[in-house]
Design a protein around this ligand. Structure first.
Ligand code: NIG
Ligand code: FE
Length: 411
C-alpha cells in the first residue's frame, strides 16, 4: 500500500464533479488556501485545508512539501493526432507564401504527405516517436490524453496506428484514450472514388477496429473537399451501431453543418468549431455535445478563434486541447493553449482550468475517474511554479509545471 501526502499547498484549484460543467458552473471552481491532499494506491482519499489529520500523517510513507505553491489537477489533452511519421516543416515556406491549408491538401501535400511517412514507418518507430511526445506532454503537466489514428487510411495501416496507442498505455505515465479517424482524408488509391472509400471505412475498417477493441471513439474530418455531412453521418452512424462513441472535426474552416450533425447524433464532442453557426450551437446544447476548442490551431493557421463565450452562454460545456499534429498544430504545449484561451477566446482562468481538466476528461469519457482533485479520483495533479491561477494563465510561453504526480507517483 503506498500513501502520499502533499502538504503546504498555497492554493489548491480544481473543478468538482463527475461530469462536464457548463455555463456559469464552468467557472465555479474550488479554491482552497493552505491545503493538503492525501492519496492511497494511486487514488485521492482526502483533500482539505489547514493541518492534515496527524494520525494520517504518521501513516504516510511519503510527504511532499508544495512550498506554498499552486496545485491543479493533471491536465487532460482531449484531442491529439499523436501517432504519425515525419514532420512537415517543409510546408512552412508555402504557408508563408499564402497557400492555404486546404490548398496544400488538395495538391497532395498536407495530411497526405504525413500518410506516406506514417505508412513507411514501422510500429516500433511510431512507438518511439510517440513516446518522446508523451514525455514532453508530461513535462507540461498532461497526465491523460486522447490519440487519434488517421494517417494510415487503409485497414491495415489504421490498425497499425491504433495498436501503437494500445501498446503505449501502461508503459509510460500518460494514460491514453484511442480514437479511430480513418475518415481523415481520401487516400490516393481512392482519389476518384470517395464512395468506395466511405464503403471501405463502414464495411471493413470499422468492423475490424470494433472487433479488436482498438478504439473507444470514431471521429470524422467533416469539411469542404474532405467528408461531407452526409458521408460523416453514414460513417458515424455505423460506428454507433458497432458500439463506438463518436466525435466530429466540425465547422473548422467552412460552416458545413458538422455541429448540427454532432448534436443530432449525440456525439460526445465536436472539435474546432471556428465557423460554427448559432444553429450548430443549439443542436450541440440539445444533444449534450461538448465543444472541444483548439486555439493553438487557430494561432498556427492564422485563423479566427472559436466563439467560446457563445458556447458558455448557451450552456454547452467547453473543453480545450492542443490538436497536436504535424500540419496545423505542431505543439504539445497545453499550457500555451490555456494562455491563448484567455487572451483569444476570452475565457476566464477558472473556465480555462475546467476546460483542460474535468471537461477534457468528459470529452474522452473519463470524468468519473479523472479531471478533478477530490476523494475517489485518480491521484493525478501538478505542483505549479506559480502562486495562483492568474499567474499560470498569464506567463505565456513558460513551462510552469513543477512536480507532476501521476497515479500517486512522482514523475
Ligand atoms: O485537426 N483538421 C484535420 N486534421 C488535423 C490536421 C491534420 C494534419 O494537418 O496533419 C486538425 O487540424
Ligand atoms: Fe484535429
Amino acid at each position: 500500500m503506498s500513501k502520499l501526502l502533499i502538504t503546504n499547498i498555497g492554493l489548491l484549484a480544481t473543478p468538482l464533479g463527475r461530469s462536464a460543467l457548463a455555463g456559469k458552473a464552468q467557472g465555479e471552481i474550488l479554491k482552497l488556501s493552505h491545503a493538503w491532499i492525501m492519496t492511497e494506491d494511486g487514488v485521492i482519499t482526502e483533500a482539505g485545508s489547514g493541518e492534515p489529520p496527524i494520525m494520517e500523517q504518521e501513516r504516510c510513507f511519503e510527504t511532499i512539501d508544495a512550498g506554498g505553491r499552486l496545485v491543479t489537477p493533471g491536465l487532460v489533452d482531449a484531442h491529439t493526432h499523436l501517432i504519425f511519421g515525419g514532420f512537415r516543416q517543409h510546408e512552412l515556406a508555402d504557408k508563408l507564401r499564402g497557400r492555404t491549408y486546404l490548398e496544400i491538401l488538395a495538391a497532395g501535400g498536407g495530411i497526405l504527405s504525413t500518410v506516406k511517412a506514417t505508412r513507411a514507418a514501422s510500429e516500433a518507430q511510431l512507438t518511439a516517436k510517440a513516446l518522446a511526445a508523451l514525455k514532453e506532454m508530461l513535462s507540461f503537466g498532461v497526465t491523460l490524453c486522447e490519440a487519434k489514428s488517421g494517417y494510415g487510411l487503409s485497414t491495415e495501416e489504421e490498425l497499425k496506428q491504433l495498436r501503437v496507442v494500445r501498446n503505449l498505455n501502461g508503459t509510460q505515465p500518460v494514460e491514453l484514450v484511442s480514437t479511430f479517424l480513418g475518415a481523415h482524408a481520401i487516400p490516393p488509391e481512392y482519389k476518384d472514388d470517395h464512395e468506395g472509400y466511405v464503403r471501405l471505412i463502414c464495411e471493413d475498417m470499422l468492423p475490424a477496429v470494433a472487433s479488436q477493441g482498438l478504439a473507444e471513439y470514431c471521429d470524422v474530418f467533416c469539411e469542404s473537399g474532405v467528408f461531407s455531412v452526409e458521408e460523416s453521418r453514414r460513417i458515424l452512424s455505423r460506428a454507433l451501431a458497432l458500439g463506438l462513441k463518436v466525435k466530429i472535426h466540425a465547422d473548422e474552416i467552412d460552416a458545413l453543418g458538422g455541429a448540427q450533425l454532432a448534436g443530432a447524433l449525440g456525439a460526445v464532442s465536436a472539435e474546432h468549431l471556428i465557423a460554427v453557426t448559432d444553429k450548430g450551437i443549439k443542436s450541440m446544447q440539445k444533444g449534450g455535445t461538448i465543444a472541444c476548442l483548439l486555439p493553438a490551431t487557430s494561432f498556427y493557421l492564422g485563423a479566427d478563434y472559436a466563439p467560446a463565450r457563445k458556447f458558455i452562454q448557451a450552456g454547452v460545456p467547453v473543453a480545450l486541447a492542443t490538436d497536436y499534429n504535424p500540419g496545423s498544430c505542431p505543439s504539445l504545449n497545453l499550457q500555451l493553449v490555456m494562455n491563448l484561451a484567455c487572451l483569444k477566446d476570452k475565457m476566464t482562468p477558472e473556465e480555462v482550468l475546467t476546460a483542460v481538466t474535468l471537461n477534457g476528461a468528459a470529452a474522452i469519457g473519463r470524468a468519473v475517474s479523472h479531471g478533478s482533485i477530490e476523494a475517489g479520483k485518480k491521484a493525478d495533479f501538478v505542483i505549479r511554479n506559480a502562486a495562483d491561477l492568474d499567474y499560470l494563465c498569464y506567463r505565456f510561453g513558460s513551462n510552469l509545471a513543477g512536480t507532476v504526480i501521476k497515479g500517486g507517483i512522482i514523475c
